[in-house]
Design a protein around this ligand. Sequence first.
Ligand code: C2E
Ligand code: MG
Length: 398
Amino acid sequence: MRVLVLDDDEFMLEFITHLLRELGVSEVLVATDGRAGLFVLAAQVAEIDLLICDIEMPGMDGIEFLRNIADQGYCGKIALFSGVDEDLLKAVERMALVRKLNIIGSLTKPVTIGALAAVLQQLSSPRQSTPDPDKIQQVFDVEEIEKALMADQIDVYYQPKISALTGHVTGVECLARLRHAQYGHLTPDNFIPVIKCSGLINDFTSRVLRKSANQLNMWLRQALDLRISVKVSMENLDRFNLPEIYERTVRACNVPIERITLEMTEGKLGKDFAQTLDILTRLRLKGFGLAIDDFGTGYSSMETLKHMPFTEMKIDRAFAHGATNDVVTRAILESSIKLGRTLNLNVVVEGIETETDYHLAVELGCDEIQGFFVAKPMPADDFIKWYIAHESTNDKRF
Ligand code: C2E
Ligand code: MG
């Protein structure tokens, strides 16, 4: 095993080298600041198994060093090392994660052999959250998207939501996919941003609503007691008769409006506050549920919540995943759930990826759970199979 340690303190380098050797590391490389670290890395022919990086160093500090190796596409494992306070260390960790570096842990000074052994242990375990290898980055232009709409290439995937109390499936979130001859089903980051600024958003949302409502109709006829959530973007709220348009669409599919929740995907209020309030209130009046999506991320989530007639709060996945080992994340999750409940909203926590996340969200009192731990978004055919399997084993699993 080969480890590279960056620290400006010669004594510390010697001490860590000694501990690493005790733990069976065969080769320890050292560097006294970021610049020296870059040289050592550039000179390597064989891979380095672990990079231990001090944050505070004169010359090129740890943050600059990490930025440099991130730019070079470094994908080896890294442990942060520091005497700075824990909050700052967490901030550096977040920065490194944003830059897609593979941070496997952090060590605080004074370092102990036990802490070092725990980090080395991590080397053999698989990376916790790997990016989806299928995720193709292919951004389309307006013309291609217009064609895709005309050719009916927008499909809907469904991601289940379950009751935190009983574990039973309560409904699904409807997520758009663009069916592409060459790439298969593409995720929305490839086409939604273009749709939003192209004037195609109304056509797009109506299609997704119609497809999802038709699907709901089929499920209801199969006696599946489900609700659906469909996304509506703020750009959709540009016409006063939107409630009538959506009502007509849903009625044509023969499903009760009360089973449909419209999720507002942005925290920010529309340009015209009075118009937004008018439209949302009339959508409620017609029986649609209204959810504030990605709660906690928009800078005006609280303000939006104060004015708009929401029935549901969806807490963003940024506060769901990892809340057990981050006090700040947990505090935001806990207080958001409390706030939602006080306001009598149906509180959904999305982005639940692990059993630990799941148990915490349930313990903190949310109403519904959504996330990869329950299931990923899937086509309707797969959903029905998943539903039957889930409901038949639910009592054992949850
Ligand atoms: P969103 O509103 O936050 O929707 C949830 C996204 O989080 C989905 O990605 C879903 O696959 C993902 N997700 C669910 N559970 C987990 C989890 O446990 N971990 C992680 N890491 N991710 C999870 P998707 O389908 O790629 O959608 C991305 C975004 O695209 C949505 O984010 C939404 O803002 C937008 N979008 C999707 N469909 C539509 C649509 O029909 N209309 C509009 N306006 N926007 C849409
Ligand atoms: Mg969301």
